[in-house]
Design a binder for this molecule. Structure first.
Ligand SMILES: [Zn+2]
Length: 315
């Protein structure tokens, strides 16, 4: 039933109720989406670290030599890619180097035209040193496509088995057209996609039911997004998931070539690669679930509100 008029008294109450549904839905969606973080941080990451710390010192040597050979064979160095190993002694030095590298990129040059370079440098160095700290703590390893660096832990207890996966990212970025595009779009889509879905869906005003007054299914872009919020939520992670999958598969392929003589080590590298991929797949599913639940909660509150309104009208 459509309410065609409302009194001045009803108006503010109506608005308040709707916002409640939107905000509750938004909070629930974000909470569920963020549920992936504890799973990946508390389950997968420790598992990956455990595998990495299980390797013996002599294995570390074999691993490093194999990785260096693979890097040399990959021709990544010719594309300007460098490997940097982080220890607590070189964090400051590397933070400076990374900051300088950012200023040498196209975007960095533009940025320094608009902002004070010293202030920017200070902020960037701070930013990099906090990230690099996570690498020395054994919580992180990554490839940066802005500065073309494979950043790895320099000490044994880090994620050193992730090195082949990270080289896979470097290959995606430098040695393949489609994979390069995927790598460039993945993070912006992850940042803006779920936000756009949530806001466009939760701001739909009168969508208690999916049919209109004539009993026909409601149409329109926002209605479509609403009906498929869960799937679309997962889809926003697809470029990242595919790119992660490619990085892991390439990492496996490279490791296969250079670790033939160390089958146990090879197995551990492959397990690490599989888990790195899994952490993204889990995050994608959790995001989809979060979007889905957010819409359901908002619908529920909206329905209750609309029922109350129609009861009031009948009195
Ligand atoms: Zn990765």
């Amino acid at each position: 039933m459509k309410i065609s008029f409302s009194t001045n008294v009803e108006k503010p109450a109506q608005k308040k109720k709707r916002n409640k549904g939107v905000i509750t839905g938004l909070v629930a969606g974000c909470l569920v989406s963020n549920a992936a973080a504890p799973i990946t941080q508390k389950v997968l990451l420790p598992a990956i670290k455990k595998i990495s710390s299980s390797i013996k010192p002599e294995d570390t040597l074999i691993l490093n030599n194999a990785f260096e050979k693979a890097f040399f064979d990959s021709t990544l160095a010719e594309k300007g890619v460098k490997i940097i190993k982080i220890t607590k002694d070189n964090i400051d030095e590397v933070s400076k180097e990374l900051t300088e590298a950012v200023f040498n990129t196209k975007y960095g040059k533009k940025l320094s035209n608009f902002f004070n370079k010293d202030v920017l440098s200070f902020g960037l160095e701070l930013h990099f040193s906090s990230i690099l700290q996570t690498v020395t703590d054994g919580e992180n390893a990554f490839y940066s496509n802005v500065i073309k660096r494979i950043i790895l832990p320099g000490e044994k207890n880090g994620l050193q088995l992730a090195n082949f996966h990270e080289m896979g990212h470097a290959i995606n970025h430098n040695l393949g057209k489609a994979s390069r595009i995927l790598q460039k779009i993945r993070n912006p889509i992850i940042i803006f996609g779920p936000a756009i879905i949530l806001f466009s869906v939760l701001s739909l005003k009168d969508k208690k039911n999916e049919v209109d007054e004539n009993g026909e299914k409601k149409k329109g872009v926002r209605q479509f997004i609403k009906n498929n919020a869960g799937i679309l939520g997962v889809a926003t992670f697809l470029p990242a998931v595919i790119e992660e999958g490619m990085a892991s598969l390439k990492g496996n392929k490279i490791a296969n070539k250079v670790l033939q003589e160390a089958p146990i080590l090879l197995k551990k590298v492959k397990l690490t690669n599989a888990m790195s991929f899994a952490s993204y797949a889990i995050t994608a599913l959790a995001t989809g679930l979060g979007m889905h639940i957010a819409v359901k909660i908002k619908d529920n509150l909206q329905a209750k509100y609309e029922d109350k309104q129609s009861q009031k009208m009948q009195k």
